[in-house]
Design a protein around this ligand. Structure first.
Ligand code: 3HB
Length: 334
């Protein structure tokens, strides 16, 4: 990410390596062949997410800052903060129903954000084991998760509560692992995509409560008036509220990339009052989620053509929130 006073930065590390001197680690997210509970290690918040098979290269996402960090546990959440930025990770254990534990986990996070005074949440990631399977009551686990999240958001922000860009994607096990980034005094603006119905307005067809997230979030660090960083949410082959091109990976890639390009475009940023515009070539930290391993070559080719040669791109083979979606992509344009 760009460097600011009190700068927040992301790195994708493919093998264990030391933190550059002068940097302080807020959070480490290890994508592993198993899950590991959120904990404070070496002064940073750390979580292990079961997202790769044992044979696949492991990647760790590291969130760093220029200022010294204070870390700790709050209920089951592992957090670290530096006076301007907060990183917080949680894990809801595997169980028959997620509504209540997700509601409680979200409530704990809202409490922590309030207590530590980091009210501007700019990005949330959720990794959901068995995302398309039924829970003990026969409800799809993603819908069950959305129900608990919506209830917590209602409670803390009201029914029309505005949430930032998010990812809600499958994991290979381990219940629900999640993490977020928040700021004390930066400016957060949540963006929608004119090609897509806002997720919080999805019809009941997709579950009793809709997914609460924005298609992208613009984050301007304190003291920076301009556009700042753009966090693009997990994006898929959805137009309006409907999945398009079920079964066709090449066309789903095209629609997904088109949706990302639209949400980042000058036209869309201006429509949200932001005098800026980005393209897919500006994305740096790209995560690509592919349902079927056999589709990887097509998805890799589409991403290689769309993104910059210097973008860090990581691929995971996991399920996606709707069973007819084959690919989902997210990224950050610093
Ligand atoms: C979510 O439910 O937070 C979510 C799901 C997605 C993409 C982005 C966010 O499939």
């Amino acid at each position: 990410m760009a460097t600011y006073p009190h700068g927040l930065r992301c790195r994708l590390v493919r093998s264990p390596e030391a933190t550059p001197s002068g940097r302080h680690v807020l959070g480490r997210v290890a994508f592993l062949g198993h899950h590991s509970a959120p904990a404070v290690r070496a002064g940073a918040s750390e979580i292990g997410i079961h997202l790769v098979g044992a044979e696949v290269e492991r990647v760790t996402e590291v969130w760093e800052t220029d200022s010294p960090v204070v870390s700790g546990m709050y209920q089951d959440l592992a957090y670290a903060h530096d006076g301007e930025y907060l990183f917080c990770a949680g894990q809801v254990p595997e169980g028959g129903s997620y509504r209540e534990p997700v509601r409680n986990a979200y409530r704990a996070a809202f409490d922590l954000i309030g207590k530590l005074d980091y009210p501007h949440v700019m990005r949330i990631w959720h990794f959901i084991g068995d995302i398309n399977r039924a829970n003990a009551d026969g409800m799809e686990i993603y819908r069950d998760f959305c129900l608990g999240r919506a209830e917590a958001v209602d409670h803390h922000l009201g029914r029309a509560g505005d949430m930032p860009a998010a990812t809600g994607i499958g994991a290979l096990g381990g219940g629900i692992s999640w993490y977020l980034l928040a700021s004390r005094s930066g400016r957060v603006r949540n963006l929608e995509n004119p090609l897509q119905v806002p997720a919080p307005s999805y019809p009941h067809l997709y579950g009793p409560r809709p997914p609460k997230f924005a298609r992208a979030t613009s984050f301007s660090p304190p003291g920076i008036d301009g556009a700042g960083d753009l966090f693009v949410a997990g994006t898929a082959s959805i137009l309006g509220h409907e999945t398009v091109h079920a079964g066709d990976i090449a066309k789903q890639c095209d629609v997904t990339l088109g949706n990302m390009a639209m949400v980042m475009s000058r036209e869309n940023l201006l429509a949200h009052g932001i005098d800026d515009g980005r393209t897919l070539k500006d994305l740096r930290f790209v995560k690509v989620y592919v349902r079927r391993a056999e589709d990887l070559p097509v998805v890799r080719a589409a991403c290689a053509a769309a993104f910059s040669d210097t973008a860090e791109i990581v691929y995971f083979t996991v399920d996606i929130c709707r069973s007819d979606l084959l690919v989902e992509i997210e990224g950050i344009a610093p």
